[in-house]
Design a protein around this ligand. Sequence first.
Ligand code: NI
Length: 199
Amino acid sequence: MKKSYFKIAIKIIIGLVLLSLIFWAQSNRANHGGKGFGGDFTLTNHAGEAVTDKDFKDQYRLIYFGFTFCPAICPTELQRVATILNELGSLGEAIQPIFITVDPERDTPEMMKNYVEMFHPRLIGLTGTIEQIEQAKTGYNVYSKKVKDEEMSEYTVDHSSFIYFMGPDDTLLRIFKISDPTETIIKNVRGVLEKANPQ
Ligand code: NI
């Protein structure tokens, strides 16, 4: 009797330790990032060339996932990325802005090229096969889902909307939300860049 209680207690303790380890790993990843965030990917840039995560590994980046047919949120957030870079002036030149599509079926490199040009001359658009995009999404914990409404001739895509601020060594520095004021983001990014390159 005593022995089986002991066994159950041990099992419960092991279960709790495992669960808290998983929670700790998840929250650590989301809140503090750390090196190696984003995972490996191979995608196609808006010039039609193959690129991988290694090409950007050592750069500061502002990364946004969305799609070119998005009616409101994506253009607003990409416009914000452009504003952030412009407001940072020469400091902003250290940052590579990247737009990754969650709608690779419609977002061909040519579509991406026409789209990114509307926002910022240095904005890179990345697309790929459905599998390649899934891999990139997984690395950044991005959610997206195709939605087809009976009344619409075209589908739309539900997706999470975050601006990922990445640093050298694939370090996740911050995740900015739609609700974060642009001024706050600029202040945060400027702080990081000035600390990295003291004048
Ligand atoms: Ni969107």
